[in-house]
Design a protein around this ligand. Structure first.
Ligand code: AKG
Ligand code: FE2
Length: 332
């Protein structure tokens, strides 16, 4: 599972059966591949890629109805993340493989779409040396609209070396070390209004990493400093190539790589200086059908509280992981 194979076209593809089956499921009827090389390049440079939308209105509605059914079940499908400190995050989470008997076809489709990304990205030159795979379950996170639920600034991947973490902590953090691409699909209303309802995903500049002091506590694994050597390296890469990349595809399908780099002429109204870190950040509204991609180890991010009356903020997340990250010394 998860090994690289060469196809007839000499492309490296992910042979993880879960990714491949998921990819086959969503391949038909999608007007464009998500993981085309320009997107992979943008991710490698530490950009945040936003794709609007990746599903049809019907697919979104079906997924929303399936989530509502799960929420109504009240049999413990969702649980406040037990391993996490409530000072770090206050969402409720359900883990969905898409294979559960009770999972409706809309949610199944959404999970398959995300799982298929491992297969897609493994076909791009940028990830050709990676051995990409996804965990069997996607994280379905529900943030109450009461202005309380949040997720403090964090990195999704542990980028510390065995030498700084110590052997035991390093071994326990394997799943976090392997994460390479964060893929978040929002299942909210398409017209989510961030001015009214908040709930944005706030992405910080790579330079936020260099400031240090921010800590993630991924599922109780202990404090993982967000300051990394890879972070510093990415900053200087971004300074050399600060150009924003904007892609327009297939009519409605606008693909935007948000520049997560300081450049005064790029500062638009949705750029913010401030947030809890006091550095430049970009806010991304959690609009239904929107897919957000970024490098799990490079982009510091947080979820702002939402104020959606009588509603929740729903995000489905898969981390595309790389088995090559098992090496002992990271990012040296
Ligand atoms: O829901 C979001 O926008 C991001 C959630 C997140 O950062 C996470 O679950 O790690
Ligand atoms: Fe995250």
């Amino acid at each position: 599972m998860g090994t690289l194979v060469m196809s007839a076209q000499s492309e490296a593809v992910c042979s993880n059966p879960a990714c491949e089956a998921a990819y086959e499921h969503v391949r038909h009827g999608r007007p464009f591949p998500i993981a085309f090389p320009a997107i992979a390049r943008a991710l490698r440079r530490g950009h945040v890629v936003v794709i609007d939308p990746v599903m049809s209105d019907q697919e979104l509605l079906a997924a929303q109805n399936d989530v509502k059914a799960l929420l109504r079940q009240g049999d413990g499908a969702f649980a406040v993340n037990a391993n996490d400190d409530s000072s770090v995050r206050l969402d409720s989470v359900a883990w969905v493989t898409g294979e559960e008997a009770g999972t409706g076809p809309g949610l199944k489709h959404a999970v398959a779409l995300l799982k298929g990304l491992a297969h897609e990205f493994s076909r791009t030159p940028e990830y050709s040396k990676s051995v990409l795979f996804v965990q069997s379950a996607a994280q379905l996170a529900c943030y109450a609209g009461d202005g309380q639920a949040f997720y403090a600034p964090h990195l999704d991947a542990s980028t510390e070396s065995i030498w700084t973490m110590g052997l035991n902590a390093w071994l326990r953090a394997r799943a976090y070390r392997e994460r390479t691409i964060t893929a978040i699909l929002y299942l909210n209303d398409k017209d989510w209004d961030a001015d009214l309802s908040g709930g944005c995903l706030r992405c910080y500049l790579p330079s936020a990493l260099a400031q240090g002091g921010m800590h993630d506590k991924p599922n109780g694994l202990g404090e993982v400093p967000a300051t990394t050597t890879s972070g510093s390296r990415r900053i200087s890469q971004d300074r050399r190539k600060p150009k924003a990349q904007v892609y327009e595809l297939c009519g409605d399908h606008g693909i935007t790589a948000l520049p997560v780099s300081i450049e005064s002429d790029r500062v638009k109204s949705d750029d913010k200086v401030g947030g809890s870190l006091g550095v430049m950040s970009r806010d991304v509204a959690p609009r239904g059908g929107r897919l957000v991609l970024f490098d799990s180890g490079a982009v510091l991010h947080e979820v702002l509280p939402s104020y959606k009356k009588g509603g929740q903020r729903i995000a489905l997340t898969v981390w595309v992981s790389d088995r090559q990250s098992r090496k002992f010394v990271q990012n040296k």
